[in-house]
Design a protein around this ligand. Structure first.
Ligand SMILES: Cc1ncc(C[n+]2csc(CCOP(=O)(O)OP(=O)(O)O)c2C)c(N)n1
Ligand SMILES: [Mg+2]
Length: 647
């Protein structure tokens, strides 16, 4: 079985040489750990910073059925040579026992070999007979030498067999009768090899027996020790106080338990201006794209005068963090420019294509900033960033979805790692997922990042889920995440429309003072006792509610924004509601009733309130959105009317 806790240790060879070994925590979902391990390795290599020597070697052990069947294998192979992902070659060992649980190869793959998927990256594949230990060792050495020489993936297909069933309840002769007749008649690898060693005169029969006894004694001893540890009434204290099952966690995990770093999320006006100015310090001879000249000047101006839009607010978070020594790594599809032409972290010389990162030259000893356009993958791409974050507690690591709905392609990573690894294995990450979300008439695809699904996974403070509405709110949230301890994953529903909405822009003061506010109260001075209704809202609908209220001249409805959905800021919400003792409470969302925050809010908020709460939303719907702009607009109209209508 390939499911196990992660740990770290030192292997000492017969000659006394030491090698550090790291074992990645591995859930039951076959092959899900592949990209995670690559991310862990890349993080270690980036920290060692030895460039093309790739001093950390990833080794992945696979099953034959899983290697052929699980798509994430192909995704992970596909990222192996990319600049943002390469780790200098992985050694893949396929333990090819010619069966997957009870399924024969003829039912589990269309390819000839289970390793054929590796041909797509032209990786060499060594098919080796598992009954011949010396051939296996020889191939192991060859594979290692290949990796060291060419820094590319290499595959060992060890053709062997499984003597017993897949698990205790499995009798393989039920499903593979002929194969198991052969296996039962076969002598074991050890017996065959011992005979050949004795036959060749390499060892005597007595030596062989002695070796066997020694080995069995070692197994007995380890078994007795672990058994005693597990059954002892006195817990064994390992050096790692948060060890699970007495297995010490890797060092990057142990150093995570520090207290909150006392760093303010606000930055100085000078820092903000410096980040703005970097955008007009165009390198000598660099030809800026005609359509982007104005943007550069605008960013410089924003940094002094305000009107800071989402794109620059985020750039300011990244820039200020690297100036403070916090490395930042962001990967996602088209993340360098940004799906919505909003980020522009990297500029390309219009004449010769050369790249320029304005944030590359902010200060003398700034930390590294890596922004990569990712391969067109969610599963492997998110798994990689998760692994990277596990191993780099010092860095802000972000994965961005093209549109939030594509996140479901990586559901295994979310379920098995992001939402539960800390609780299952004591393994922390501070990975940020940025998931564009917003009901803007784009239809069932591209509207929803499935807020409801993330909230359904929330328990035991396993992660933070936020839906900020202003550039500054996003900025403070990212900066808080970089310093917050203990580390938790952060899910941000990022906007599309708000990227350009003037009302969502922020002033310089919003960046130089304050911090992330989980709840933003009503900004108008309403007659508190006269307020009849409080609308609680999260995300972009806030702006629609606001403009509707302005249009209708309504003075009796207060609007309170919930910027953080989990942990649910009960107390802050209750404090806002307390200002309006005569008001009814309405949760307003533009997602259908069975989606968005409501299923979670409706279940979890009422206990904290002194009043009932009711919902205004689209009706429950199988699809995420209407699919026709006209129908979307009509629905939106009804929704906004309902939000303000009095019975
Ligand atoms: C993603 C996923 N799907 C299904 C399973 C259930 N499962 C566990 S082992 C196994 C067969 C694996 O066969 P193979 O890859 O050849 O490995 P082997 O057990 O033969 O070493 C299956 C289907 C799983 N663990 N993960
Ligand atoms: Mg198998």
């Amino acid at each position: 079985m390939k499911y196990h806790l992660g740990t770290e240790g030192t292997f000492t060879s017969d000659t006394g040489k030491e090698t550090k070994v790291y074992l990645a925590a591995n859930p039951s979902h076959l092959e899900a750990v592949d990209p995670v391990l690559e991310g862990i390795v890349r993080a270690k290599q980036d920290r060692l910073d030895q460039g093309e020597s790739f001093p950390v070697l990833p080794i992945v052990v696979h099953g034959d059925a899983a290697f052929a069947g699980q798509g994430v294998v192909a995704e992970t192979l596909n990222l192996s040579q990319l600049r943002g992902y390469r780790t200098g070659g992985t050694i893949h060992i396929v333990v090819n026992n010619q069966v997957g649980f009870t399924t024969a190869p003829s039912s589990s793959r269309s390819s000839t070999y289970s390793t054929d998927v590796a041909k797509m990256i032209q990786a060499p594949v060594f098919h080796v007979n598992g009954d011949d230990p010396e051939a296996v060792v020889r191939i192991g050495q060859l594979a290692y030498e290949f990796r060291q020489r060419f820094h590319k993936d290499v595959v060992i297909d060890m053709v062997c067999y499984r003597r017993r069933g897949h698990n205790e309840g499995d009798d393989p002769s039920m499903t593979q009768p002929l194969m198991y007749n052969l296996i039962e008649a076969k002598r074991s690898v050890r017996k065959l090899y011992t005979e050949s060693l004795i036959g060749r005169g390499d060892i005597t029969e007595e030596e062989a027996e002695q070796l066997l006894r020694d080995y069995q004694e070692r197994l007995e001893r380890v078994f007795a020790e672990t058994h005693a540890a597990q059954t002892s009434p006195i817990p064994i204290v390992t050096a790692d106080s948060a060890a699970v099952s007495d297995i010490e966690r890797p060092i990057a995990q142990q150093s995570d338990s520090g207290a909150n770093a006392p760093v303010a999320t606000a930055i100085s006006a000078d820092t903000l201006a410096r980040i703005g100015k970097a955008h007009i310090e165009i390198p000598e001879g660099f030809t800026v794209h005609a359509k982007l000249k104005q943007l550069l000047e605008k960013r410089e101006q924003m940094s002094r005068e305000g009107g800071i839009d989402w794109g620059f607010g985020e750039i300011a978070a990244f820039g200020s963090l690297i100036m403070e020594g916090v490395p930042v790594r962001l990967a996602g599809q088209d993340s360098r420019r940004g799906t919505f032409v909003q980020r522009h972290a990297v500029f390309h010389d219009r004449a010769n294509g050369q790249e320029w990162l304005p944030l590359g030259n902010l200060s003398d000893n700034q930390a590294k900033l890596w922004i990569y356009d990712s391969l067109l993958s969610e599963y492997a791409a998110m798994g990689f960033e998760y692994g990277y974050s596990v191993e780099r507690p010092d860095a802000l690591v972000l994965w961005e979805a093209q549109f939030g709905d594509f996140v479901n392609g990586a559901q295994t990573i979310i379920d098995e790692f992001i939402s539960s690894a800390e609780q299952k294995w004591g393994q922390r990450s501070s990975l940020v997922l940025m998931l564009p979300h917003g009901y803007e008439g784009q239809g069932p695809d591209h509207s929803s990042a499935r807020i409801e699904r993330f909230l359904q996974l929330c328990a035991e403070e396993n992660m933070i889920v936020a839906n900020p509405t202003t550039a500054a709110s996003h900025f403070h949230l990212l900066r808080r995440q970089a310093y917050s301890r203990p580390r938790k994953p952060l899910i941000i529903f990022t906007p599309k429309q708000l990227l350009r909405l003037k009302a969502a822009a922020s002033s310089v003061e919003d960046f130089t003072s304050g911090t992330f506010r989980p709840v933003i109260g009503e900004h108008e001075q309403l007659d508190a006792n006269g307020v009849e209704r409080v609308l609680l809202v999260s995300g972009r609908l806030y702006y629609d509610l606001l403009s509707t209220r302005q249009k209708t001249g309504d003075k009796t409805t207060a609007i309170v924004r919930v910027e953080q959905l989990y942990p649910l800021p009960h107390a802050e919400i209750a404090a806002e509601l307390a200002k309006y003792p005569n008001a009814e409470v309405v949760w307003a969302q533009d997602e259908p009733a069975n989606q968005g925050p409501w299923p979670f809010i409706g279940l979890n908020l009422p206990d904290a309130l002194d009043r009932r709460i009711r919902l205004v939303s689209r009706p429950a719907s199988a699809s995420t959105a209407a699919g026709s702009m006209k129908r979307h607009a009509a629905e939106q109209d009804v929704l906004l009317k309902q939000a303000f209508a009095r019975k």
